[in-house]
Design a protein around this ligand. Structure first.
Ligand code: PEP
Ligand code: MG
Length: 556
């Protein structure tokens, strides 16, 4: 960047706070090594063979070491996957195939690439379970090829010191392996305010800026100051700027820590404030922030790195831990929301879907695999046995009354007493009155509802202005769903990221939301905002926001 010009990149701030540290970039794809042959002398053959063997040994050792660390952290499934990958790298038949390719003239990198290719085809054609391992095999290949070509390793970087993670975009499976103590901020070029990078950052309490053009050009090691409230990334900041940012952030945190107790408006109308969690690891933060229960348990987050469905016992343990944490609260569990931005290897969508966000995801996928839904509901019912928490179970991506009825029937069959549906599809909001007759409660997923109402893919950074739940059209749909729920005497919560915006939270209550659920760090500011406004003020704000013509005007 030329001297004298601003050294600040601007994007969309999606998780508040400031973080400072060196950039560590998620490397892009590892290139295919060129097919140009090596020199062909016996010395060259020996050298290439040694290089290939050393690269494969190093990859195996690295995977084993990461597996051991995963095991120490209690992530036994991750250890098993890493162990299986290490075995692929140590496979003697693979080594033989590499050697013979090198003897025929291929370079070490090319020979490794081609030898893995043969296995890849065998796996891809060997049934659903083995086909799901192709990604693991590709990862081993890319690691070995990256070493041989001297290019950065694919995937999330590993560092001893805390760093700012910079990426084009992050897949849920990448973020699942992040060590929260190491990441001081996220910056991505793609992704909107409701992308999973944003959701994960908020859940981890890590500042984040998404849709930030130019960030991918930052060199590894560059020191940056990320302001997740303002949406800025300051390059090589002065110490005074870092100090000022840290002081402002500490002051905000201290002020918020003073609000406690159940959520309520200033005039005492209760608005239960619940936590969004992705598994037992999120419970401590939820309890610490004073969550009154769980409003969204994203169960698919437990199984992102799985190539086969989790066992009944494993599921029960993960559900029970969450139910036990809130003995007097509600725990709203969402059944697996697989597909689109949250692919699960053991529930692959039909191949060749041109538009996964409009394809077989959520409940649509579970209706294709009824045994998976029945197994999950059974595990949930058993997990709740003997516990005092109120278990409520809801389905994602419900479109019409037929789906709602089928889900309620599956719940009844499994002995689940409180079935609900998420309102994420505009059709469901428009016909919420029909749905309210089938289930006990609604939970509005404003992330997807905004994506579908505004036809703006939540993964696409350039559309982040349209992924704005302040869009009056989205507020209209929320209002329709909340009114239909009220008419039928049903609860209507909001569990999308809209609930985490303190001003919008007040508007949602004014529109008729009966509870709000959000990632733990958002609970104190939302509790404080509600405590400052009466219900009548919330209603007036809701009317004003809905009568605005644009998202900006509604927010103002
Ligand atoms: C939503 O769509 O608002 C929601 C809460 O679900 P997810 O973000 O997991 O798709
Ligand atoms: Mg959703």
């Amino acid at each position: 960047m030329p001297d004298g010009r601003s050294r600040v990149l601007t994007g969309t701030g999606v998780s508040p706070g400031t973080g400072v540290g060196p950039v560590a970039r998620v490397a892009g794809a590892v290139p295919e090594p060129p097919a140009t042959p090596h020199g062909g002398t016996p010395d060259e053959v020996r050298a290439q063979r040694e290089a290939a063997a050393a690269a494969l040994r190093a990859v195996a050792a690295d995977l084993e070491e990461r597996g051991a660390r995963a095991a120490e952290a209690g992530r036994t499934e991750a250890r098993d996957v890493l162990g299986a990958q290490a075995m692929m790298a140590r496979d003697p038949m693979l080594a033989e195939s590499v050697d013979s390719r090198i003897a025929e003239g291929a370079t070490a990198a090319r020979a490794v690439y081609e030898a893995f290719g043969v296995y890849r085809e065998m796996l891809a054609g060997a049934g659903e379970y083995l086909a799901a391992r192709v990604g693991d095999l590709d990862d081993v290949r890319d690691r070995a090829v990256a070493r041989l070509l001297g290019v950065p390793m694919p995937g999330v970087p590993e560092r001893d010191e805390p760093f700012v993670l910079v990426a084009r975009d992050l897949a849920p499976a990448d973020t699942a392996v992040l060590d929260p103590r190491k990441v001081v901020a996220f910056v991505t070029e793609e992704g909107g305010p409701t992308s999973h990078t944003a959701i994960l950052a908020r859940a981890m309490g890590v500042p984040a800026v998404v849709a930030c053009p130019g960030c991918a050009d930052l060199a590894d090691g560059t020191r940056v100051l990320v302001d997740g409230t303002a949406g800025t990334v300051r390059i090589d900041p002065a110490e005074a700027e870092v100090d000022a940012a840290r002081r402002a952030s500490a002051a905000r945190t201290a002020a918020l820590a003073e609000t406690r107790g159940p959520g309520a408006t200033k005039d005492g109308r209760p608005v239960p404030l619940l936590a969004n969690v992705g598994g037992p690891a999120d419970l401590a933060a939820a309890l610490e922030a004073g969550a009154e229960g769980v409003g969204l348990y994203r169960t698919e987050f437990l199984f992102l790195d799985r190539s086969h469905p989790p066992s009944d016992a494993e599921q029960q343990a993960a559900y029970r831990a969450v139910l036990e944490a809130f003995p007097r609260g509600r725990v709203v569990v969402r059944v697996l929301d697989a597909g689109a931005d949250k692919p699960l290897a053991f529930l692959p969508p039909p191949s060749g879907e041109p538009n996964p966000a409009l394809g077989e995801r959520g409940l649509r996928m579970l209706r294709r695999h009824p045994e998976v839904l029945a197994g999950q509901l059974r595990a949930l019912a058993r997990a709740a046995e003997g516990l005092t928490a109120r278990l409520e179970v809801m389905a994602p991506m419900v479109t019409d009354v037929t789906e709602a009825r089928a889900f309620a029937a599956a719940c009844a069959e499994a002995g689940i007493d409180h079935p609900g549906v998420m309102i994420e599809v505009p059709a469901a909001a428009l016909r919420a009155g029909d749905l309210a007759r089938e289930v006990e409660f609604f939970s509005i997923g404003t992330n997807d509802l905004t994506q579908y109402a505004c036809a703006a893919d939540r993964q696409v950074g350039a559309l982040s202005h349209l992924q704005d739940p302040w869009q009056p059209a989205v507020l209209d749909l929320v209002s329709l769903a909340a009114e239909a729920a009220a008419d039928a005497g049903r609860g209507c919560g909001v569990c999308g990221e809209a609930a985490a915006d303190p001003a919008l939270a007040c508007v949602l209550v004014g529109l008729g939301a009966t509870s709000l659920s959000m990632s733990a760090p958002a609970l104190p500011p939302v509790r404080a905002a509600l405590a400052r406004h009466t219900f009548a003020e919330c209603r007036r704000a809701a009317v004003a926001a809905r009568s605005a013509a644009t998202a900006e005007q509604a927010r103002a």
